[in-house]
Design a protein around this ligand. Structure first.
Ligand code: AMP
Length: 184
């Protein structure tokens, strides 16, 4: 079972992904975490993406898709995965669908976490994880990039009837209960 957890920065994707992973016995793939690790380890990809990430811009589709493609070769993903922060553009979505189709798999649902914009900014600036892109400017740009480049992913999967919209305001448990209900 492959699930996409989707939403603007600060919507709680990582938190909910961890709970879904446990409850449904899935892997968790976060492209943001993969890039942060690459930067920490100073890999060639890490060196290439650091300034892009710090500015809150998107890494190129080519780099992201290649990284995910490589990662999914690990047989541990055969049981299914929760995808967090990917796909983030329509081009990535198309590439992702093809990639899964080649493995005889598909996307079962896209969970869209809905949170008002003021709440997003407040959450990000107070989460204090020390992320180098969590500056006020970085956050504003990430929201802009979300609206321009990532929001169209929603229409792409809505056309396939796969979108489950979830109210992302409430306690972590309340939101997780809504997700469980939506997944049935
Ligand atoms: P995240 O942890 O998902 O918020 O991602 C942090 C940053 O990593 C983003 O602001 C982008 O710079 C980069 N990134 C993560 N996932 C992707 C993706 N699927 N496509 C492009 N850039 C990404």
């Amino acid at each position: 079972m492959n699930i996409i957890i989707f939403g603007p920065p600060g919507a709680g994707k990582g938190t909910q992904a961890a709970l879904i992973k446990e409850a449904f016995n899935l892997e968790h793939l976060s492209t943001g975490n993969m890039f942060r690790n690459a930067i920490k380890n100073e890999t060639p990809v890490g060196l290439k993406v650091k300034s892009i990430m710090d500015a809150g811009n998107l890494v190129s589709d080519e780099i992201v898709v290649e990284m995910v493609d490589e990662e999914l070769k690990d047989p541990k993903y055969d049981k299914g995965c929760i995808f967090d922060g990917f796909p983030r553009t329509v081009a990535q979505s198309e590439a992702f669908d093809n990639l899964l189709a080649d493995k005889g798999q598909n996307v079962k649902a896209l969970i869209a976490l809905e949170v008002p914009e003021e709440e997003l900014v407040r959450r990000i600036l107070s989460r204090g994880q020390g992320r180098t892109d969590d500056t006020e400017e970085g956050v504003k740009n990430r929201l802009k990039v979300y609206h321009n480049e990532t929001a169209p992913v929603l229409a792409y999967y809505a056309d396939q009837g796969l979108v489950k919209s979830i109210n992302g305001v409430g306690t972590v448990d309340e939101i997780f209960d809504r997700i469980k209900q939506a997944l049935g």
